[in-house]
Write a protein that binds this ligand. Structure first.
Ligand SMILES: *Cc1c(COP(=O)(O)O)cnc(C)c1O
Length: 227
C-alpha cells in the first residue's frame, strides 16, 4: 500500500512539474468505495488524508469505524435529496451537487447543525444522458441561485468525463471544464469561489493535472481493482 501510494504521489508530482505547477496545489482524494475499513486504515497509515466515498450509508459505517483518524471525507457519488441530512453530517466536501432542489435541501440540513457545507458543482461536460451533473450552459445560473443559500459554500467544479481508454481523448473535456471554471470565476458571483477543479481518475489523472485539476480522485491505482 505504502509503495503504491508513494508511486501515485510521485506521478502527481511529475505531472505538476511537467506543466510548471506546484504539486502542493494538487490534493489526492483516495476513492475508497467498496473497500472495507481495514484496507482504508492501511491507506491512512500509509499517508492518505482525504477519502472519497460514493454511497452515504457505506461511508457512514467506515467513518464511524475510523473516527479516531484525523482524515477528511469527501462525497463523490450521486446524492439523493433524502440523504442530504446524513451527507452534511459526514462530509467536509460534497463534489456532486447538480440541482437547485438538492442545494436547498443541503442548505436546510446544514443550517440545522450550524454548518457551512462546502460543495462543488458537478458538470456533465460530455452531455451524456447516462451521467449526472448539470449541463455546461446551465451551470452559471445554478451557481448564481446557490450563491443566495447561506449555509452552502461553492468552491469549484467537478466532472466525470466520457470514458475513453486513452487519456489524450479525455484531455479536451478537462480543458473544457477549466475554461468553464475560468468563465465563472471572471463573473465574480457573490459568495462563490471557483478555485477547485475535481477531475482525473486512475486512467487519466496526469492529463487532468496538466489541465488544471486541484483534486484528483484515484481509487484503483491505490486499492487495486474493485469487485
Ligand atoms: C470510482 C470513482 C473514481 C475512482 O476511479 P478509479 O478509476 O478507480 O481511480 C473517481 N471518481 C468517481 C466519481 C468515482 O465514482
Amino acid at each position: 500500500m505504502k509503495k503504491r501510494l508513494q508511486h501515485i504521489l510521485e506521478r502527481i508530482h511529475q505531472a505538476a512539474v511537467s506543466c510548471g505547477r506546484d504539486s502542493e496545489t494538487i490534493r489526492l482524494v483516495a476513492v475508497s468505495k467498496t473497500i472495507p475499513s481495514g484496507r482504508v486504515r492501511e491507506a491512512i497509515d500509509a499517508g492518505v488524508t482525504i477519502l472519497g466515498e460514493n454511497y452515504v450509508q457505506e461511508a457512514g459505517e467506515k467513518i464511524k469505524a475510523l473516527s479516531s483518524y484525523a482524515v477528511s471525507w469527501h462525497f463523490i457519488g450521486h446524492l439523493q435529496s433524502n440523504k442530504a441530512k446524513y451527507a452534511v453530517r459526514l462530509f467536509d466536501l460534497i463534489h456532486s451537487l447538480d440541482s437547485l432542489k438538492l442545494a436547498r435541501e443541503l442548505d436546510k440540513q446544514a443550517k440545522k447543525i450550524n454548518k457551512i457545507q462546502q460543495v462543488l458543482i458537478q458538470v456533465n461536460i460530455g452531455e451524456e444522458s447516462s451521467k449526472s451533473g448539470v449541463y455546461k450552459q446551465d451551470t452559471i445560473e445554478l451557481i448564481e441561485a446557490i450563491g443566495h443559500l447561506e449555509n452552502l459554500s461553492v468552491k469549484g467544479l467537478m466532472t466525470m468525463p466520457p470514458f475513453f481508454n486513452a487519456p489524450e481523448k479525455v484531455r479536451p473535456f478537462f480543458a473544457d471544464l477549466r475554461r468553464l471554471r475560468d468563465h465563472i470565476k471572471n463573473a465574480n458571483i457573490p459568495n462563490i469561489t471557483m478555485d477547485e477543479l475535481s477531475m482525473g481518475m486512475t486512467g487519466d489523472f496526469e492529463a487532468a493535472i496538466e489541465e488544471g485539476a486541484t483534486l484528483v480522485r484515484i481509487g484503483t491505482a491505490i486499492f487495486g481493482k474493485r469487485n
